[in-house]
Design a protein around this ligand. Structure first.
Ligand code: FAD
Length: 519
């Protein structure tokens, strides 16, 4: 009658409903039958390289997952004597088989997990829910990814899934304010339960001693040693670091050098500001942190208010609501999980594809400094500022007229914060193929975006060192307007921009107009 907690995208112990409910059930059983051996609580993570591949999870995120698993394992064992078993499975079908075997081997009566909403994951869980009762195992699925779970908020006029963010957000605020306890209470902390949770002798009798070592690398997902070290410094793993970063961001004094949450309204648009945004996305993506923890902390900094008070704080909360919005879209319109655009008619857009053009975009060699800077930041750090994500995505889909799905895949493979719903939602917004998308005729001008949001070229110079010596603003944002091809080649930069802005813009509008009509 043991409890198995299956960790997936929730690599933390705090605010973890699946874990808290498993402990609660073990405790309740013990209290109702004190004479019986107390149920053991065992934790599990299934590593599936083939799933990583099929979902375009790249080496940078895999490395971060492994590092987070190591810290999770340490906390679970050191504080609670809960072993974290890390099993490798070769396919989704094998995961189901393996779960049955594990439940048998460890006399599991109850399996606990937090829900994942993507289509493959939902189908896997549905299959498991159907099959486990044959083994007398109950599967308990909890919600942790959203503050308001998908499907709860429906458009007032049509009772259908919201496809526009603003009314969704208004409804979200209404509902959460009315039922704060329901939506903003964190899962029961582990400190509420006796520690250690398990008797080591009982664990040994089931041949579970100390947790297995977390594999260092997975074949095909290795990182170069230097890059790995750099990423470890930039993104230290684990919920302790995640919560510390959240605290720091929320207590930011609002100064220009370290803006923090109260200055977020303005600072969030400037990619050169190190702390203009929270940089918590990698932790949210692996579940070392929850949206709820972020909102609770932000409200503390806002005197308990949710949608009034500091405009910086309210804007930050609104960004977090985008996470709920895109998960809601994913559940309401599962086609977005099946390689289809939200607006089906955009499948008729006559995209181009040229591999060398695409590679130039991927590796920051387009001749547009702000685009190149963004793509190189991504390569070096596994992360890119949101403003620049929008600029580079617009450049690929509009200026280069390449299908957004190539960009989505490349991002998923390169990002440390790769998250299907936000990545897909972000790409489809920019490409004008999604819910509430950018109108197709409104095309970002990379030169003016660059002048506006990186006025001194600090961000560009940092990531495109060839241009670091340029003095005038015109040269930094549009070097081809000032320097000759020869001078640029001497600096090591691209002789000519990959496309002419005006020509590319007109080409994009024409291609989109054919499909999306009125312009
Ligand atoms: P902050 O500005 O501090 O915001 C706090 C949190 O709110 C973020 O960590 C994130 O979880 C959430 N958030 C903010 N903006 C958005 C948004 N537009 N959509 C959804 N959630 C948001 N975000 C990802 O987490 N993973 C992705 O794979 C991803 N891909 C993207 C692709 C494109 C083309 C675009 C335009 C955006 C993408 N985003 C993605 C959204 C956004 O760029 C990042 O969440 C943000 O840059 C993360 O930095 P931060 O943690 O400092 O954010």
């Amino acid at each position: 009658n043991n409890m198995l907690v299956w960790f997936r995208s929730d690599l933390r112990t705090k605010d973890n409903p699946a874990l808290a409910h498993a402990l609660q059930k073990a405790q309740d059983q013990h209290e109702s039958e004190p004479g019986r051996r107390k149920a053991l609580v065992i934790a599990l993570f299934v590593l599936s390289p083939s799933e990583f591949r099929s979902h375009d999870v790249g080496a940078v995120k895999v490395d971060f997952i492994l590092r987070n698993l190591a810290t999770l394992s340490e906390i679970l064992w050191e504080s609670y004597r809960i072993p974290l078993l890390v099993k490798t499975s070769s396919s989704a079908a094998d995961v189901i088989k393996d779960m049955h075997q594990l439940c048998n081997a460890y006399s599991v009566s109850d399996l606990f997990a937090n829900q994942e909403y993507e289509i493959d994951e939902s189908r896997r869980d549905a299959k498991l829910i159907k099959s486990l009762p044959n083994d007398h195992v109950e599967f308990h699925l909890h919600q942790d990814q959203c503050v308001v779970p998908p499907g709860v908020l429906k458009s007032k006029s049509s009772n259908l899934t919201y496809t526009v963010y603003s009314p969704f957000k208004r409804m979200w605020f209404d509902v959460v304010k009315k039922s704060k306890d329901k939506y903003l209470t964190l899962a029961r902390p582990l400190s509420d339960f006796p520690s250690p949770m398990n008797s080591v002798a009982d664990l040994e009798s089931l041949s579970i001693a100390h947790p297995d070592a977390i594999p260092d690398v997975l074949k095909g997902f290795e990182l170069e040693a230097e890059k790995k070290k750099h990423l470890e410094e930039l993104w230290p793993a684990g919920e302790v670091n995640a919560l510390q970063n959240l605290d720091k961001f929320c207590s930011g004094a609002g100064k220009h050098e370290s803006p923090g949450i109260t200055a977020y309204n303005d600072a969030r648009n400037y990619p050169n500001l190190e702390n203009g945004t929270s940089r918590l996305s990698p932790y949210l993506a692996v579940g070392a942190l929850t949206t709820k923890q972020c909102i609770v902390k932000a409200m503390e900094a806002n005197g308990g208010k949710l949608d009034t008070g500091s405009s910086g704080i309210v804007t930050w909360i609104q960004e977090l609501i985008w996470r709920d919005f895109y998960r809601n879209v994913l559940v309401g319109f599962p086609r977005v999980c099946m390689s289809k655009p939200f607006k089906l008619e955009t499948m008729n857009i006559q995209w181009l594809f040229e591999d060398d053009v695409f590679q130039s975009w991927c590796y920051g060699k387009t001749g547009y400094p702000i685009v190149d800077a963004g793509m190189r930041q991504l390569q070096k750090t596994g992360w890119m500022h949101n403003r620049v994500r929008m600029i580079v995505a617009s450049f690929l889909t509009k200026h280069l007229l390449h299908n957004w799905q190539h960009g989505e895949k490349f991002f998923a493979n390169s990002l440390i914060d790769g998250d299907f719903a936000s990545n897909n939602g972000g790409w489809q917004w920019v490409a004008s193929t999604g819910t509430d998308a950018q109108p197709y005729f409104r095309i970002f001008n990379p030169y003016t975006q660059s002048e506006k949001f990186d006025p001194d070229g600090v961000y560009i110079k940092r990531w495109v060192p060839e241009l670091a010596g340029l003095k005038t603003s015109a040269a930094i944002h549009n070097p081809h307007s000032v320097l000759s091809a020869k001078e640029l080649v001497k600096l090591g930069y691209r002789e000519k921009p990959i496309v002419d802005h005006k020509v590319a813009r007109e080409r994009a509008i024409a291609a989109f107009k054919l499909v999306l009509g009125k312009g």
